[in-house]
Design a protein around this ligand. Structure first.
Ligand code: ZN
Length: 490
């Protein structure tokens, strides 16, 4: 279990279009990990934000007859709204348009230049505007970018280059460490790609105005991918700050499409700046929609805000965290979302709570009874927590939820077996149920925070506690009959 300060980031979202369910997935995963670490008593810095520069945004803005600045300001609001709607507890929302970021990106770029890691030369090659990335012929399929299925543009221009090729050995050495990249299969993928050989990287653009100026040459802007990665340092106020000393290095949560940039490019830049490399780059898969790859042009996309209106923040959060196998692609469909809400949230969890509350109201006038601990249930809880905590160390969110769910169902079986309504002496059984529910609300709060607060409130507690409170103690609370946690859906 990680102790002390904990830094975690999402990728910053590219403001070329509105947020989709893939953006949301990354945010709820990161939020769950951040919240879990706060419950452990760690001090957490969780950053998210937007990546606002580059040719694609410049062109998209032109198409809409807007200045790039106006264009990204509007989309930035949408990404913030997404966070708010889904209770994403970031500590910092950074935009690469923020002055604080521009200043730090320029400082770092200057430092690379001063360290002789950057030189001026000419570039000739193929460029995918959507990826904002240069490719070699071998990376393409029939001259098209494999991610966007779009023809790459031939570009020839003067450019600054970063000495990426000289970092091959350093990269391989770092990648061989245990937690460097998760899941492991991604690590092997990148190692194989590095072994094919690295080229120096073009890190400036002459023809792109919408970006941050190269500090020592006004004719160039810094390549968007380079300065965007630097947001992980600007969110900590730069390399000389106390925050940086306290929190660096951290965990970067990213999608599999930008995995190369976050390992090969970012690691080499950090090496060149003589900074420690990230603890972990955590790579998640894509959210497919009813078996098909998300595609805006084909209309295969889901608006997370619409989804929220239909199913609530926790219904959607729960589904994404539980259904998607962490690290692999997963599938979204409204049917399986409804099934999970009905079976797991409304039935397993909702019924356990409403039965327990009803019995406390009926038999004890609403005052939760004290009783004798059932050692089996206590052991089961301790075991559940131990396993979950270990799983969260490996960021296996879906498995953690399954673990907590097996405890919920253990409690359901306990009521069914014990049948307190048939017994003369009911307080022991009901005491154990009450305490279990209190602990369940704590264990679930990183994943479905609103629901956890509702459970705590119905149990008569001021708020949902931290892991320190994961134990059975003396109850003094008066329960409150509240609304059903989840309504069954047709
Ligand atoms: Zn592309």
């Amino acid at each position: 279990m990680v102790k002390g300060n904990f830094f975690i980031s999402t990728a910053i979202d590219y403001t070329s279009g509105k947020p989709h369910i893939g953006h949301l997935y990354e945010k709820v995963c990161t939020d769950a990990i951040a919240r879990w670490n706060r419950l452990r008593g760690n001090k957490v810095h969780f950053s998210t934000g937007v990546d606002t520069h580059g040719l694609k945004i410049q062109r998209n803005a032109e198409k809409k007859n807007k200045t790039p600045k106006k264009f990204v300001e509007e989309l930035t609001k949408d990404f913030k709204k997404l966070c708010e709607t889904y209770n994403i507890t970031y500590d910092d929302f950074i935009s690469t348009e923020d002055d604080r970021h521009k200043k730090i990106a320029q400082e770092l770029f200057q430092k690379l230049y001063d360290n002789e890691q950057i030189y001026l030369s000419n570039y000739e090659g193929l460029y995918c505007v959507d990826c904002e990335t240069y490719y070699m012929d071998k990376d393409l399929k029939d001259g098209k970018c494999k991610i966007h299925d779009k023809k790459c543009e031939k570009v020839k221009e003067q450019s600054y280059f970063f000495k990426l090729a000289s970092y091959e050995k350093d990269l391989l050495e770092h990648l061989n460490q245990d937690f460097s990249v998760l899941p492991k299969k991604r690590k092997n993928e990148i190692i194989n790609r590095i072994k094919e050989g690295l080229n120096d990287l073009s890190v400036s653009r002459r023809n792109v105005d919408w970006g941050i100026k190269v500090p020592f040459d006004d004719n160039h802007t810094i390549f968007v991918w380079i300065e965007a990665l630097m947001n992980y340092i600007s969110t900590l106020d730069g390399i000389k700050s106390k925050k940086f000393k306290d929190f660096w290095p951290g965990v970067h949560v990213i999608g599999k499409d930008i995995f190369w940039h976050h390992t090969v490019i970012w690691y080499s830049i950090l090496k060149a700046l003589k900074l420690p490399l990230p603890k972990t780059v955590l790579v998640h898969g894509f959210v497919n929609i009813s078996g098909e790859k998300m595609s805006k042009s084909k209309g295969i996309t889901i608006d997370p805000l619409v989804l929220n209106k239909k199913y609530g923040a926790d219904g959607v959060r729960y589904f994404l965290l539980r259904e998607m196998p962490f690290g692999d692609d997963g599938d979204f469909s409204e049917n399986s979302l409804k099934n999970r809400i009905n079976n797991e949230l409304a039935n397993d969890l909702g019924n356990l709570l409403s039965r327990t509350i009803s019995m406390i109201l009926k038999y004890f006038d609403g005052k939760a009874p004290n009783g004798k601990k059932d050692e089996n249930i206590v052991n089961q809880l301790n075991e559940t927590f131990k396993k979950s905590d270990k799983l969260m160390d490996n960021f296996e969110i879906d498995k953690t939820l399954a673990e907590v769910w097996s405890f919920i169902n253990y409690c359901n079986k306990y009521v069914n077996d014990q049948k307190p309504w048939e017994k003369e002496k009911k307080e022991d059984i009901i005491y154990n149920l009450y305490e279990s529910l209190k602990c369940i609300s704590i264990l679930l709060s990183p994943f479905i925070p609103e629901t956890s607060e509702k459970i705590a409130c119905q149990l008569g507690l001021k708020k949902c506690g931290s892991f320190k409170e994961l134990k059975f103690d003396n109850v003094k609370a008066k329960v409150v009959k509240g609304e059903m946690l989840f309504h069954k859906l047709e």
